[in-house]
Design a protein around this ligand. Sequence first.
Ligand SMILES: Nc1nc2c(c(=O)[nH]1)N[C@H]1C(S)=C(S)[C@@H](COP(=O)(O)OP(=O)(O)OC[C@H]3O[C@@H](n4cnc5c(=O)[nH]c(N)nc54)[C@H](O)[C@@H]3O)O[C@H]1N2
Ligand SMILES: Nc1nc2c(c(=O)[nH]1)N[C@H]1C(S)=C(S)[C@@H](COP(=O)(O)OP(=O)(O)OC[C@H]3O[C@@H](n4cnc5c(=O)[nH]c(N)nc54)[C@H](O)[C@@H]3O)O[C@H]1N2
Ligand SMILES: [Mo]
Length: 784
Amino acid sequence: MHRPAPVEDIDEGSIQVTPPKKTAAGMKAVMVALERGIEQAGVTRTMRSMARVNQRNGVDCPGCAWPETTGRRKPAEFCENGAKALAEESTLRTVDPQWWAEHPISDLRDKTEYWLGSQGRITHPVIIREGEDRYSPISWADAFETIAQHINATTPDRCSFYTSGRTANETAFMYQLFARSIGTNNLPDCSNMCHESSGSALSPTIGIGKGTVLLDDFEHADVIMVVGQNPGTNHPRMLSALAEARKKGAKVVSVNPLPEAGLLSFKDPQSVKGLLGSGDTISDEYLQIRVGGDLALFQALGHLLLQEEERSPGTVVDHEFVERNTAGFEAYRQARTEIDWDATEEATGLSRLEISSLANLLVKSKGTIICWALGLTQQPHSVNTIKEIINVLLLQGNFGKPGAGACPVRGHSNVQGDRTMGVWERMSDAWLDRLDAEFGIESPREHGYDSVATQEAFERGDIDVFVSMGGNFSLAGSDTEVLEAAMQRAGLTVHISTKPNRSHVVHGKTSIILPTLGRTDKDDKHPGGAQFLTVEDSMSTIKTTQGRLAPVSEHLLAEPVIVARLAEATLGADHPVDWRAMAEDYDVIRDHIANVIPGFEDFNRRIKHRNGFVLPNPPRDTRSFATESGKGLFSVSPLEYLKAPEDHLVLQTIRSHDQFNTTFYGLDDRYRGIKNARRVILVNPEDLERLGFEDRQVVDVISVFKGGREGGEERRANQFRLVSYPTPRGCAAAYYPEANALVHRELVARESNTPGYKAMMVRFVPSTGQADPALDPEKADAAS
Ligand SMILES: Nc1nc2c(c(=O)[nH]1)N[C@H]1C(S)=C(S)[C@@H](COP(=O)(O)OP(=O)(O)OC[C@H]3O[C@@H](n4cnc5c(=O)[nH]c(N)nc54)[C@H](O)[C@@H]3O)O[C@H]1N2
Ligand SMILES: Nc1nc2c(c(=O)[nH]1)N[C@H]1C(S)=C(S)[C@@H](COP(=O)(O)OP(=O)(O)OC[C@H]3O[C@@H](n4cnc5c(=O)[nH]c(N)nc54)[C@H](O)[C@@H]3O)O[C@H]1N2
Ligand SMILES: [Mo]
């Protein structure tokens, strides 16, 4: 039997703090995983879903985008947090019409996302109209009709179609086709807030916005750097790859402001030794860098590599590669001849010795892989930071050879695939030409809104219809208070969701929730029987995913079916696209994809291969670069890092070990030793003392954003508890999404427009005892 949903919400006062752990996973991870599964779904259902995860013909784990091994799969190809993701979805708790009747919106607005998400799976389509105080059931047909009326009553540019990265390839392809058939490129996605900076840096320098390594490369690398990433929590299966690589002789170097347990040591829960033994060291070196200091670090590494090359010519730089395959080397070399060590040490918080020791590892390395994630992508200078990584890789010819390359580690399990399928506000004209030719439609060519632009359009009152394919826009975006107030100005918000979330309760004037099948659910109500979907992992492998569990409600529709019916209702019967054929048989969608998207030729046949197939990747496959010059491009950026005003700290936001983005599995950030509370700020003890605050003191937090303005603008979030923690001096960390109210929406990465979630300047003031305004936008409006 599963346990019913919790009635109580979070009690921040019951916080428990213990010292940060030094080892990840092990037996505890297995126990927690089982416990969470059984709580939500009972024993049989939990065992059934766990047995199928990441197996051939099974379910692709909705937890993250880390690839599966291509060799023999272990009987349990999962991790603790993957298991929690499954439990979260396969839960037997339900949110039915009676639940909505018992919970007026005003009550739901006072709840945290933890409480909302733990209520269970939504069982029926529901609607709330202007002036009503609670959601009530609506038939699918009426729901589609209502949405169609709203879309057809306005212009396409006043509609925006958001996508969260769990969306499968086939759904994503139909969804962008629908938006473009209506006449808009307003296709914001979670990638705008995630790895957009990676794409913006990689496309112009290496000619493809994706990573260039395969999982097998980990076994051939001499050095693997893990920069700005916390795999122990967010990509736990990566730890096995790192541990294996070390056994084969690789040196692993972590660059992170926080001493993350998974990067220190790991007990592999899939081996007996891992369960019972002492654990494997993961990092040979750990550079506890200041937040925002990575650009300086990689510039210094470039400088040191070039210096060593000058000392012993021909030993460091891969001249043959640089001459034949790259452009811009000479300008780069000149720019890196000199270095300002004082500025470098200030930016990084690292000593010259530490940086030199890492440079020595690189000098000797015949194959280097550099992995990174959000620690690098969510700062104003993110794009240049990642370009500096590319410079260092190009120098030593680390493309297109075993054990080497760039490895941006993606988040959501199909965020990379959604992009490949055309979910982007700026697809190229050539791509749109092929789409139009395949379907006989005319896609607009004007670029659309990304997620920040959508947020701004909400504020201007320029959004009449917002449709969200998964996700939780109000909490994922920045400037929570401003965003939530703005979202409520929209005429209609539509959420295709599995579970209740905050975006459902800070809704537009009319709001509709369409409940959908998840990854683990059986999708077999089709004339040709059960259907499967496909996804693309972080290393560009396309593979199938197919759920087998009985859905919790017979009223759920599959996502491709929802898109098709919405499109039919909106575009009418004489539209050139045969939506129904696609919804009935997903092979039809894949045949269209094969005709439109390069690399998917013969999709339906190739997807039957046991390991799926890998998309072409010119730098990896042939050391060629589809850039403007046809070469891998060295670039020169000025030194830039985050400097907080006096008595301010640089604040970054992180995920706890018990959450998936805006949703919470529980309240135990086990490795960091923080339990039962989320409104927490980790601060170095010396900073606490210097600023005159005490450990565990509750404060209000003010962030200041200059943005070229006199004095700048401030944001405030109340009642956070300070916790003394070994983060570098001058740097603090808080949980996402609680701290999002502090991120001014104009604080973004240049070029990629990704919010600066890891670049806030904050100060603390003693708590006024007032509740946080972001928790109730209406109260906040009344107060101001
Ligand atoms: N269980 C679980 N798995 C997930 C997710 C989840 O929420 N839960 N989310 C998924 C998604 S969408 C994504 S995008 C990924 C996110 O995966 P991560 O990028 O690992 O996520 P974050 O928690 O944001 O962690 C950022 C890390 O960067 C470090 N960092 C912060 N600022 C800097 C800096 O300036 N320099 C350096 N070098 N490091 C810095 C932080 O200390 C932290 O360790 O995980 C995916 N997988
Ligand atoms: N401060 C701060 N903010 C951040 C970040 C950060 O590091 N710091 N990270 C950013 C990043 S990397 C990302 S990716 C975004 C994430 O932003 P989103 O992708 O928008 O958010 P999620 O929390 O992943 O979405 C959770 C919701 O998805 C729905 N859902 C779950 N499974 C399914 C499914 O199978 N189908 C459908 N249709 N719906 C489903 C559920 O209703 C659930 O409430 O947030 C960004 N925001
Ligand atoms: Mo993400």
